[in-house]
Ligand binder design. Structure first.
Ligand code: IPM
Ligand code: MG
Length: 363
């Protein structure tokens, strides 16, 4: 029986609605398994800009560092959309990832058998799909300097910088091989080594780490080819490691295998304790969906699966994580559907009702 501190950062749009269900899920797990969760909540993203003038405050980072885990909703919306604005909601997510040192972003893409018909991909292609994409999250072109506007011969120009050190790559390789071992024993490293120097370094360092894991099947794949394989033969892949921007793009693509962006969770992890647990941040793959915000239409499953990942990775509570994940699968198998996955002619559940359909199955 444990006592855990969770920082809840609902953000904007549908963030608050789904985060509320993540909190309720953890409370339900606490009641069932005898744990107590202390929740603290803070503002991030657009609502923090409106309230404090910045997207992410140092107080929020300090609160996160004093917590066992962070639940993150979503940030952004049309109100704060001006790309030239000095403060933008996205600064919150990028800032907190870096401030907490969360360099590994685990994005599982699994197809629920009951939802195969929701995908635009053919059912036979989706059979057996269970991929874990690990996206590097605190390096690469997202953070490399310089990143700026310039004037070149009187014309507007801009530069972004893709930068990696060998240590940033090596820890990704180790994590990839280790997680592959715990799954189906296959690792695919994705890069653009035929063009980019950072990718050639990536490939070189992964090759140096590889002899420590001779039992794990391994391949290098170029990112353009990978984007094709992901929708042509996704069941061939187990664990995939890749750099930040490639991972951003490939994980949106992979989420479409499951038919709805609303289903998928993600875990952002950094340096973990020797027992494998440690501070992590858990956010659904979906965005703030301003068009449906506040209407009770959002699918809470991505967030409920985030709560399960939080239990597993930050708290080391495997049985609790499995209980929640099983309840999600059972609810979906029993036909519980929010608007994004509802079948023609059937009634869609609200965000709260969908979460209830899951939590009532916890027993
Ligand atoms: C994601 C998002 C973010 C990213 C944006 C909101 C900055 O697309 O988490 O995938 O690019 O990392
Ligand atoms: Mg993205």
């Amino acid at each position: 029986m444990g006592n855990y501190r969770i920082l809840s950062l609902p953000g904007d749009g549908i963030g608050p609605e789904v985060t509320a269900e993540g909190v309720r899920a953890l409370e339900a797990i606490g009641r069932k398994f005898g744990h107590t969760f202390e929740f603290t909540e803070d503002l991030v993203g657009g609502i923090a800009i409106d309230t404090y003038g910045i997207a992410l405050r140092q107080e929020t980072i300090d609160a996160a560092l004093a917590s066992d885990a962070v639940l993150w909703g979503a940030v952004g919306g049309p109100k704060w959309d001006n790309p030239r604005a000095a403060v933008r909601p996205e600064q919150a997510i990028l800032g907190i990832r870096q401030a907490l040192g969360l360099w590994a972003n685990l994005r599982p893409a699994k197809v629920d058998a009951a939802l195969v018909e929701n995908s635009t991909i053919k059912a036979e292609v989706l059979d057996g799909v269970d991929v874990l994409i690990i996206r590097e999250l605190t390096g690469g072109i997202y953070f490399g300097k310089p990143q700026e506007r310039r004037t070149v011969e009187g014309r507007r120009a801009a530069v972004d910088t893709m930068f990696y050190t060998e240590d940033e790559v090596a820890r990704m390789a180790h994590l990839g091989f280790q997680l592959a071992r715990a799954r189906r024993n296959k690792l695919t490293s994705v890069d653009k080594a035929n063009v980019l120097e950072t990718s050639r370094l990536w490939r070189e360092v992964v090759a140096e780490v590889r002899p420590e894991y001779p039992d794990v099947e391994f391949e290098n794949v170029l990112v353009d080819a990978m984007s094709m394989h992901l929708i042509r033969r996704p069941s061939n892949f187990d664990v995939i490691i890749t750099e930040n921007l490639f991972g951003d793009i490939l994980t949106d693509e992979a989420s479409m295998l499951s038919g709805s962006l609303g289903m998928a969770p993600s875990a952002s992890l950094g340096a973990m304790r020797p027992d494998g647990t440690g501070l992590g941040m858990y956010e659904p793959i979906h965005g703030s969906a301003p068009d449906i915000a506040g209407k009770g239409l959002a699918n809470p499953i991505g967030m409920l699966r985030c709560a399960a990942l939080l239990l597993r990775h930050s708290l080391g509570l495997e049985a609790e994580a499995v209980a929640l994940e099983t309840a999600v699968t059972e609810a979906i198998n029993a036909g519980a559907r929010t608007a994004d996955i509802v079948r023609p002619g059937e009634q869609a559940l609200s965000t709260r009702e969908m979460a209830e359909a899951v939590l009532s199955r916890l027993g």
